[in-house]
Write a protein that binds this ligand. Structure first.
Ligand code: 5GP
Ligand code: ZN
Length: 145
């Protein structure tokens, strides 16, 4: 289903023009208007899902498979040296458009981009405490999901 007041629904379905790199029945891949690096693209489903939690698994598989294929083509054509795939969920995580999308950010040596924040250093006790919270009631994380 499309959402009337959603800009990415309109872009994905062609009601608002975009620099489209690829399109099929379910997805459109466009260039980001505020690129982090040259070739920064977004994979958009044509149906409205606000975020990863709402995205059905089949769409999820297809979206990431498509991103993988696009990364291959873009690497060839742009001669980039690597790729970051980024997918934000929730305002706190940096999501500003509440229609699921995957950022495809080509990386070039010397591009100076910093993706992701600083990381700390946890000890085994902290890791175990977090593991227990996430896996409580599961046997060594092997339960059903
Ligand atoms: P988010 O912050 O939600 O993960 O990412 C939203 C992205 O959409 C941003 O990188 C922003 O530059 C891009 N963006 C927002 N509005 C438009 C638009 O109208 N057209 C295009 N091509 N990109 C957009
Ligand atoms: Zn939408």
């Amino acid at each position: 289903m499309k959402k009337d007041d959603c800009i990415f629904c309109k872009i994905a379905n062609g009601e608002i023009p975009s620099k489209t790199l690829y399109e099929d029945e379910r997805f459109r891949v466009i260039l980001d208007l505020g690129p982090a690096t040259r070739g920064h693209a977004l994979v958009l489903p044509k149906e409205h899902f606000a975020n990863l939690y709402e995205l059905p698994e089949e769409w999820c598989r297809e979206a990431f498979a498509l991103a993988g294929r696009m990364a291959g083509r873009m690497t060839e054509r742009l001669s980039c040296d690597g790729f970051n795939l980024l997918q934000n969920n929730g305002e706190v995580a940096g999501q500003t458009v509440f229609h699921f999308h995957i950022h495809m950010i080509p990386r070039y040596y010397g591009d100076g981009q910093i993706i992701g924040g600083k990381q700390g250093k946890a000890d085994q006790e902290e890791l175990e405490a977090v593991r227990r919270i996430i896996c409580e009631g599961e046997e060594q994380g092997r339960g059903t999901l």
